[in-house]
Design a binder for this molecule. Structure first.
Ligand SMILES: [Zn+2]
Length: 173
């Protein structure tokens, strides 16, 4: 989503505080759809030459499921950033380098607005864990839960079986 930066354009070199709410669309991560809420960027921004300098903190909540027990998990994204957006002039004389690697991707803005959606998405994805767990020690799996149920039934079955065996032995005697 776009953030208005005309304040900084009018006063180059001056720092302004900002608080920007954004949205991150659902992402497919390891065959799971992770959704996001409360995406918030806050900090300071300033125009230095033809570049917009933006630094601060991104917070968001990722809604996923525990990789072990499948319980819903809310993961708090909390990441610092310090980025430079290069201004694209209206005549578009700026040469765009071919995007070979993600790392070399240049952040740009046009006019008096800057789109922070891509930055928010990139920062958030980098901050996500390799797998979500409801608890560091969670290792229970749905299959293991089923086995526990089976174990709980066994004490009920044992007396019957034992009794049946006694009866059978009685008949045989
Ligand atoms: Zn779990």
């Amino acid at each position: 989503m776009f953030m208005e930066i005309s304040q900084a354009l009018r006063a180059p070199g001056e720092e302004f505080p900002f608080l920007h709410r954004d949205e991150i669309p659902p992402q497919e991560i390891f065959s799971e759809t992770v959704t996001f809420g409360d995406v918030l960027l806050q900090g300071q921004y300033a125009m230095l030459g033809s570049s917009l300098h933006l630094k601060g903190k991104l917070t968001a909540v990722a809604h996923a499921h525990c990789a072990a027990c499948l319980k819903p998990v809310d993961y708090n994204v909390d990441v610092d950033f310090d980025e430079v957006f290069t201004r694209i002039e209206d005549n578009r004389n700026v040469q765009h380098p071919v995007d070979d690697t993600e790392d070399d991707e240049q952040l740009t803005f046009e006019g008096s607005k800057v789109d922070l959606g891509h930055l928010a998405l990139t920062l958030t994805l980098l901050d996500l864990p390799i797998r979500f767990l409801c608890d560091e020690n969670c290792s229970s799996r749905p299959q293991e839960n089923d086995e526990t149920h089976a174990c709980q039934k066994e004490p009920d079955q044992h007396p019957f079986e034992a009794l049946q065996q006694l009866l059978t032995e009685d008949q045989e005697v």
